[in-house]
Each structure stands twice: as structure tokens, then as C-alpha cells.
Design a protein around this ligand. Structure first.
Ligand code: NAP
Length: 351
């Protein structure tokens, strides 16, 4: 099979390097272009990443000698995966879509645009239909699809089976978010060691708004948003990878703890579709009373699942639980790749 040529925008960032790492040996995709800001362009990837690569095993061999390019159409690929800073993503991603490229983005810039899918293959594969509306409206040959904020991602995976089985009315979530979620170089070490920072710019709005679009329904040419209300409190903590979320839910239908466990464990909507990055278990329930923990559990299902534990009654809403998801894998790079795989299966990468 001829592999589809992929470019990575923002290849030098935290998400960009995770994309470079996860795409090594991908059965359908081949990375042919790496791009970043003009200060990096023209230099070999390995040289630019000498003091920035932060993943185990070093820069994959296939990427070492690739020369970084500027983020401008003309890259030798048909699909770009974007790990761009939002300030740059807004215009650059549109330039690529206009020039005929598919764009699978991690940036927030286009997530809430009415004609752009905020895609999660397990939850809303039908939202991919917005691409046709987007192309018609904007006159683009290419298109943009986005994946959610890293905190939204894990929580939405958990809310979907609960909403389908019991109807979710209200959600309260308090997060403990990893440092890698802030990009590179991120939060200064002197600010975070021995500390918790109870504010992350823009984060609470994203966590309260994005799930309503993700869990909504495509009706005609627009998404009818889900009806639940969400209240979020987001905190930065001194953890490298893995966002922890303490979630309470109010449900429309009565159930018990076993009902929640059963709904989570039965949730396997992508079974049989053959997407290489899809986890066998999108939700993993742990029974130990002191789990999930970022250090022990963030990499379960290769970082692509929501890990849930401590499911119990809530004396204010109905039930509460602790959720962990890998912010750089399922919360970013892995999600963009999974979306690209869905695009291929649905025929959007056929040229
Ligand atoms: P990062 O480490 O700061 O990387 C940003 C990347 O954007 C770098 O490659 C940088 O290139 C490039 N860039 C910045 N300005 C540019 C410009 N004007 N033109 C071209 N390239 C430019 O950020 P990150 O954590 O990887 O996040 C990347 C995106 O993913 C952001 O939109 C972020 O909100 C989103 N996201 C991040 C996470 C996470 O857990 N980290 C999760 C979900 C979503 P240079 O190195 O050349 O400056």
C-alpha cells in the first residue's frame, strides 16, 4: 500500500515532537515534511531539537535529517497535522486548507467554528460531514478538522457512555493538569516546584464549552449542542504527563455504581473499524482505591484511553469518580492521528 504523505506543523513543540514520535512506522502514513517558525526553518530537525527533545529514546531515525521548513503551503504532503501555537494556527491552518491540504489540528483556533468538526471518532464520527459544508461555504479544496482541548478530551470520553445510558444533566470537574500541557518551555520551575497554580489561561471556558459541541448532534448543516451544564476549576500541578480530573455528575435516570462501571466498560464503539491508533479499551476502569495515578497509569492503552477509578456516590450530585488521561497522547498528538485515520477510512484523503 502506498503511504499517505504527512506534514507536521509546529514540529518542534511539545505536541509536534509527540507527533514525530507516534508516527514512526505508522502503517498508513509517512512523515515527509516538518515545519516550524522561521527561526528553525532550513536546519536539520535533529540539530534544532538537540536541547528540546523530551521523549525517551531520542529523535526517531527517520526524522533526524529532515530539514525544517516554514509553515507555508508547498510542503510535499496531502495532509498536515498541526501542533502550532494558537496565535500562528489561525491563519496558517486556513492557508493550508485553502491550498487544498487536509488539516488535522490540535490548536484551539478553529475548534468552535460552526463549520469545523471538533472530532472524536468514538463519539461523533458523523460530525465529519461538516467538512462538506465547510468546503462549500469557504470555497476550499482542503479542509480543517480539530481535536479537543487536552482536558476536554478525557472527560468527553467518559461523559458519552453516561449520557447515552443515563442522560447527563450536570457536571462538576476539578482538574490537576500536567506541566507538559503548557507547551515548551511552559511554566517556570521556580513557580511550580512545591506549588499548585489555581489558574490556566482560557482552560475553564474550553472545558465547559467544548464537550457540548462534541456530544452534540449534526442536524442539517449545524451542530445542535448537548444540553448538560458543566462547571470546571482548572489547576496546574508539578506532574510531567497526565491530567487528573475529579468529576461529579448528575444523571437523569437512576442507576448504581455497577451501572456506571458497566456503561464505561461496554463502551467500544470503534471495534472492528481497524483504525491503527484506536485503543482496544477507550475507557479503562481500575478497581484499586488509590488509582488512577499519572506516574503509574497514564500510558495504559498506549496513552489513548481515559483511565477511571474511585467511582462512588456523590452527596451533592449523583456519582463521582477520578479520571486520568495522557494530555500529550490522547489529549493532543494521538487524537490528531486518530482523526487522520478516520478521515482516511471515510474517504477524505483520497486526493
Ligand atoms: P509549544 O511547545 O509552544 O510549540 C508550539 C509550536 O508552534 C512550535 O513548533 C513553534 O515553532 C510553532 N510556532 C510558534 N509560532 C509560530 C509561527 N509564528 N509560525 C510557525 N510556527 C510557529 O506548544 P505545544 O504544547 O506543543 O502546543 C501546540 C498546540 O497544541 C497549541 O495550540 C496547544 O494549545 C495545543 N495543545 C497542546 C496540548 C499539550 O498537552 N501540550 C494538548 C492539546 C492541545 P518554533 O519552535 O520554531 O518556535
Amino acid at each position: 500500500m502506498t503511504k499517505i504523505k504527512i506534514g507536521i506543523l509546529g514540529a518542534t513543540g511539545m505536541v509536534g515532537q509527540m507527533l514525530v514520535s507516534l508516527l514512526e512506522g505508522h502503517p498508513w502514513f509517512e512523515v515527509t515534511s516538518l515545519a516550524a517558525s522561521d527561526k528553525s526553518a532550513g536546519r536539520k530537525y535533529e540539530e534544532v531539537m538537540e536541547n528540546r527533545w523530551s521523549l525517551a529514546g531520542g529523535v526517531p531515525e527517520y526524522a533526524r535529517d529532515i530539514k525544517l521548513e516554514e509553515c507555508k503551503p508547498g510542503l510535499d504532503c496531502s495532509l498536515v497535522l498541526s501542533g502550532l501555537d494558537p496565535s500562528a494556527a489561525l491563519k496558517i491552518e486556513e492557508d493550508f486548507a485553502r491550498a487544498g491540504y487536509g488539516v488535522s489540528s490540535n490548536a484551539k483556533s478553529h475548534r468552535m467554528d460552526a463549520d469545523v468538526p471538533l472530532l472524536m471518532p468514538e463519539i461523533n464520527p458523523g460530525h465529519i460531514g461538516l467538512i462538506d459544508i465547510q468546503r462549500k461555504k469557504r470555497g476550499w479544496k482542503g479542509f480543517i478538522v480539530t481535536d479537543p482541548n487536552c482536558t476536554t478530551m478525557g472527560m468527553s470520553l467518559a461523559l458519552k457512555p453516561l449520557d447515552d445510558s443515563f442522560g447527563v444533566e450536570k457536571v462538576m470537574v476539578t482538574t490537576l493538569q500536567a506541566l507538559s500541557g503548557a507547551g515548551y518551555p511552559g511554566v517556570p520551575s521556580i513557580d511550580i516546584v512545591d506549588n499548585v497554580i489555581p489558574y490556566i489561561n482560557d482552560e475553564e471556558d474550553k472545558v465547559e464549552e467544548e464537550p457540548l459541541k462534541i456530544l452534540g448532534e449534526l442536524k442539517g448543516s449545524s451542530i445542535k449542542k448537548a444540553k448538560m451544564v458543566i462547571s470546571a476549576s482548572c489547576n496546574r500541578v508539578a506532574v510531567k504527563y497526565g491530567h487528573t480530573e475529579c468529576i461529579s455528575v448528575k444523571l437523569a435516570k437512576k442507576t448504581d455504581v455497577d451501572g456506571l462501571v458497566d456503561a464505561f466498560e461496554r463502551f467500544k464503539p470503534l471495534k472492528g473499524l481497524g483504525l491503527p491508533s484506536a485503543p482496544a479499551r477507550p475507557i479503562v476502569v481500575l478497581r484499586q482505591e488509590n488509582r488512577p495515578q499519572p506516574k503509574l497509569d497514564a500510558n495504559l492503552e498506549k496513552g489513548m484511553a481515559s483511565i477511571i477509578g474511585r467511582i462512588r456516590r456523590c452527596s451533592i450530585l449523583d456519582y463521582k469518580f477520578v479520571l486520568l488521561s495522557h494530555n500529550m497522547v490522547r489529549g493532543a498528538a494521538g487524537a490528531a492521528i486518530l482523526n487522520a485515520e478516520l478521515l482516511k477510512v471515510k474517504g477524505y484523503l483520497d486526493g
